[in-house]
Write a protein that binds this ligand. Structure first.
Ligand code: HEM
Length: 349
């Protein structure tokens, strides 16, 4: 029975996109400022690389099933791993395009992105990607890029957690460089305001709807107290930061963060269904139980994002359609040159 269920999941993972509930024209030429005030980079969607659905069908037909089975095993052992693999793909794509630069270790002559503040002591899942890569290298050497592995692993993480499936476009190449600076300034901060979040996503060709849908990734995984200290301010100052603050929820967070070292204390981004990919995250936002300031802001700072949050909270299928659409768009962010297919995802060839 379990084998049958697994087979069903694997077939499901390979199903094509059915329909998209939104089509947003992307604006490649628009640049804007991120929260740090640094000028934005000019990466956009599909600049110099054409991604394709069936690239590995002939060159490495086992690719999808190898990735899926490693993800499934890893998530069975550690349910949080689904969240960590999904986030790795996001942190890869937002820094100079989806090029696996996030996976590079510091070596002589190369400073990786792992020690950039948004990633340090926070990104996880590198060993799972290593295992996938090592299996793929023995079956079809130098064929499947690390950046494509990240994209497939992100999709499979969503699927094994009960979320939707989509077909992953492949053909990404791996970078021969990394940018700690870009990882430091280019990723959105949990204290970002809604206009800043919209700008950061827009400069990569992602719409406001894409941003709210992708934030739904926070239906999985955990965050450290240091990521949401600003949520506790109303308790300390007595001044509500947001209309709709849920004081009971904030008190429980304060208790957690004051009893354990805040740099190691962690809690679920979605307290109700932490390991299930569903629309509960949006329901939580409406009751003031968003964990990160940037999450709660979506429901209270802007009527446009609030309306999208309400739609997703009321109808999970709309969220799933928009999430799939946005993941394909995010996975299509390319940039840079000098690319290769790494033999080891942690170092250039
Ligand atoms: C909208 C802007 C976003 C901000 C400001 C943001 C910020 C954060 C922060 C601060 C954490 C906790 C890190 C820690 O405390 O160690 C986190 C975790 C996470 N983020 Fe985001 N994020 C954003 C968008 C996204 C997107 C687009 C995705 C994927 C589609 C995503 C997926 C995740 C996941 C799954 C986790 C939990 C990871 C784990 O448990 O290992 N986030 N995010």
């Amino acid at each position: 029975m379990k084998k049958l269920f697994n087979l069903f999941l694997m077939l499901f993972a390979a199903m094509p996109i059915l329909s998209l509930s939104e089509s947003n024209p992307t604006n490649f030429s628009e640049t804007c400022e991120d929260g740090s005030g640094e000028p934005g980079s000019s990466f956009g969607i599909g600049f110099d690389l054409v991604l394709d659905f069936g690239l590995y069908r002939n060159s490495c037909p086992e690719a999808e099933s190898i990735v899926y089975s490693w993800v499934q095993t890893a998530v069975l052992q550690d349910p949080r791993m689904a969240a960590s693999l999904l986030r790795l793909h996001f942190h890869d794509c937002f820094v100079n395009g989806c090029d696996a630069s996030v996976l590079l270790d510091d070596t002589e002559g190369l400073v990786g992105e792992k020690t950039a503040p948004p990633n340090l002591k926070s990104l996880r899942g590198f060993e799972v990607i290593d295992s996938i890569k090592s299996d793929l290298e023995s079956v079809c050497p130098e064929t499947v890029s690390c950046a494509d592995i990240l994209a497939m692993a992100a999709r499979d993480s969503v699927v094994v957690s009960g979320g939707p499936s989509w077909e992953v476009e492949v053909g990404r190449k791996d970078s021969r460089t990394a940018s700690k600076q870009a990882a430091t300034t280019g990723l959105p901060s949990p204290n970002s305001t809604v206009p800043t979040l919209i700008s950061v996503f827009q400069k990569l060709g992602l719409s406001q709807t894409d941003m709210v849908a992708l934030s739904g990734g926070h239906t999985l995984g955990k965050a450290r107290c240091t990521s949401f200290t600003a949520r506790l301010l109303p308790l300390q100052t007595g001044v509500p930061a947001n209309h709709g603050d849920n004081l009971d929820f904030l008190e429980s967070l304060q208790q957690l963060c004051s009893t354990v070292d805040p740099s190691v204390a962690i809690t679920q981004l979605d307290l109700v269904t932490p390991s299930t990919f569903d629309n509960q995250y949006y329901v939580n936002l409406l009751s003031g139980e968003g964990l990160l300031p940037s999450d709660q802001a979506l429901a209270v700072q802007d009527p446009g994002t609030r309306a999208i949050v309400e739609t997703y909270a009321a109808d999970q299928s709309v969220f799933f359609e928009d999430f799939k659409n946005a993941m394909v768009k995010m996975g299509g962010i390319t940039g840079g040159s000098n690319s290769e297919i790494r033999r080891n995802c942690r170092m250039i060839n």
